[in-house]
Structure formats: structure tokens, C-alpha cells
Design a protein around this ligand. Structure first.
Ligand code: SER
Length: 314
């Protein structure tokens, strides 16, 4: 990795990944693009580009002599249900543009897939790497098609594209936008601010989750692995912890005893119900030595400390 491009840089993952990459490779070697204006805390090289416009991306690649891309720009599951045409356009054409350019300019690519590739008929417990993929959201459909496209470009054009199926990602710096797992971030914000939260999925809802520090580590670990270690070129199952909302509430109450969670499940409950509860990521652990660092109690502790500092509640 010498000159790195991050698409969707102002999103939940991009805004933290850029800092880590700037620290490791130098400010001048990391370029971020997003469709949105730069929020004030992000420093470094950032430009406004729409990933579904190939020439815009191509110009950036030529201008900065890019050799590695972290292609994060995407609409998540809830936004994708509200705007399915846009989700298809951004998620599919954006990825195809990046893969075409990776072939033409010999770039290495990281692209996140998701637990959303699984659907109602996928096994819910210890969901294996290879199993039924029958998502019923536009987001999940674009992730399954995207995985197959990545594998195709690897097989056919030797594009070195690497991918993980991220679970829900918990973080305190930038809020996620438009996902089903957003409740696992909102709950912390509301617990600190109001000591109360109304959750849009029920207490028994259990999904695989991961702390942002681990999500960034996974992206860097798989990108730094030897070519021979990356044996799956669709996307690797990846996980850290799985917990129900009720279990999360118990953990938060250890620090904020007066915290109360109410439940008002809406259409997002159906999306959550179609996803796995616990994923088997043993192939990532075997092939490129994936290891997570944060479990539920360390996530909750760190989130509450960092959010309280950020929101000046200490
Ligand atoms: N966090 C995503 C979502 O909820 C899943 O990959 O849509």
C-alpha cells in the first residue's frame, strides 16, 4: 500500500479508517472521496466524487497515482429498502467501476460485504461460510451479487480484491446511517444523553456485532495477508460477539443503573430476523489469523467512557 484511496470516507467506517491509514502511511498518501461535504474533524486530502460516475473516480486514481482502494461507499439495509434503485446504482455500479479500474490500473481492493448476504433460509446459528444466500433486502442482494463480481474479477482478470462480511459495527466517532444494526449504536448515545432508549427491534433480537477497532483491524489484516493466505475471493465470514438487546441493556445498566430501554419494533425487525444470530468465522481465523480483541463487556465500557467524554457528560 503506497497511495491509498478510501471511498465513502465520511461514513461510519471511512472516517475512522482514514485516521489509521494516515498514521501508518502519512497524510499525503491517503485520499478520501465521498459524495458529501467533509465534516469538520476530518483532515487530509478529501474530494467530492460519486462512485457511480466512473470518470470521476478514474481522475482521482490518475491524479494521485492510487495503488490501493478501500471501497466503502454504499447504501445500507434500511436506506436501501427506501431507495432500492439508488442502492442498486451506488452499490453495484460503484463496485463494478472500482473493479474495472482496479483491473486497468493494477490496484488492490478491499470491499466490505455484510451479514446481510444471508436470508430467511440461511442457518441462524453458527452460520457457515458456504451456505444458502437468499437475502430479501436490496442491500443484501447487492452484497451477494458484489461478492460474486469480486470473485469473477479475481478469477478472470487477477484483480487482488479482498473482502469480509462485516457484522453490525459499534462505534462512537461517526454514527452509522441507515442500517438495521444502528440500534446497537443509538442505544449508547441515548443511554448517555437521556438514560432512556426506544429500540426499533425487540429485546430478544440477537445479531453478530463488532467494535470499530476490530473492524479496522480486520480490513488491515486481510489487506496485509500474503496472497496465498486469502483463499476465499467472494467474502469471508467475520465476527466478534453476538448479543441480544436485553443482554446489551444489562451490560449498560452496570454503568448507568437508571437506564431504561423501551421496545417499539418496526419493519426493521423483519430485516434483523432474516439475518444470522451467530456466525462461524473459523476460515478467516485459520487462513489469515483473524482475531478480535473486544468482547461485549469491553465494548460497553469503552463506548460509555468515550461517548461521555465526547458529549461532555463527565
Ligand atoms: N450494518 C449493516 C446494516 O445494518 C449490515 O451490514 O445494514
Amino acid at each position: 500500500m503506497k497511495r491509498i484511496l478510501i471511498t465513502g470516507v465520511h461514513g461510519q467506517i471511512g472516517s475512522e479508517l482514514i485516521e489509521e491509514l494516515q498514521n501508518r502511511y502519512g497524510m499525503e498518501n491517503v485520499v478520501g472521496v465521498d459524495i458529501k461535504e467533509r465534516p469538520s474533524p476530518t483532515s487530509g486530502i478529501c474530494e467530492i466524487v460519486d462512485v457511480s460516475h466512473k470518470t470521476g473516480i478514474q481522475n482521482i486514481i490518475e491524479k494521485y497515482n492510487i495503488d490501493t482502494v478501500f471501497h466503502l461507499a454504499s447504501l445500507l439495509s434500511v436506506k436501501g429498502e427506501k431507495k432500492p434503485d439508488l442502492a442498486w446504482d451506488v452499490n453495484m455500479n460503484g463496485l463494478k467501476n472500482i473493479l474495472d479500474l482496479a483491473r486497468d490500473y493494477t490496484m488492490k481492493v478491499f470491499w466490505p460485504s455484510s451479514i446481510a448476504v444471508f436470508g430467511p433460509n440461511s442457518p441462524k446459528k453458527n452460520t457457515p461460510q458456504s451456505t444458502v444466500l437468499d437475502p430479501n433486502t436490496m442491500y443484501g442482494i447487492t452484497k451477494v451479487a458484489g461478492e460474486l463480481l469480486c470473485n469473477y474479477y479475481f478469477e478472470k482478470f487477477a484483480v487482488d480484491v479482498r473482502s469480509v462480511r462485516y457484522p453490525g459495527i459499534i462505534s462512537y466517532k461517526t454514527e452509522p446511517g441507515g442500517g438495521t444494526t444502528d440500534y446497537a449504536v443509538e442505544i449508547f448515545l441515548e443511554a448517555v444523553k437521556k438514560k432512556e432508549y426506544t429500540c426499533f427491534v425487540g429485546p430478544e433480537t440477537r445479531l453478530p456485532m463488532m467494535y470499530m477497532t476490530d473492524a479496522i483491524k480486520a480490513a488491515l489484516d486481510i489487506m496485509q495477508a500474503e496472497v496465498s493466505q486469502v483463499k476465499i475471493r467472494t467474502s469471508y465470514n467475520l465476527t466478534a460477539v453476538s448479543f441480544s438487546v436485553a443482554e446489551l441493556v444489562i451490560e449498560i445498566k452496570k454503568y448507568i443503573p437508571e437506564f431504561t430501554c423501551h421496545y417499539a419494533p418496526d419493519f426493521r425487525q423483519n430485516i434483523a430476523n432474516s439475518w444470522p444470530q451467530v456466525i462461524d468465522d473459523s476460515e478467516a481465523r485459520q487462513d489469515w489469523n483473524w482475531e478480535h480483541r473486544y468482547d461485549l463487556s469491553s465494548i460497553v465500557k469503552d463506548m460509555l467512557v468515550k461517548l461521555s467524554e465526547r458529549l461532555n457528560y463527565v
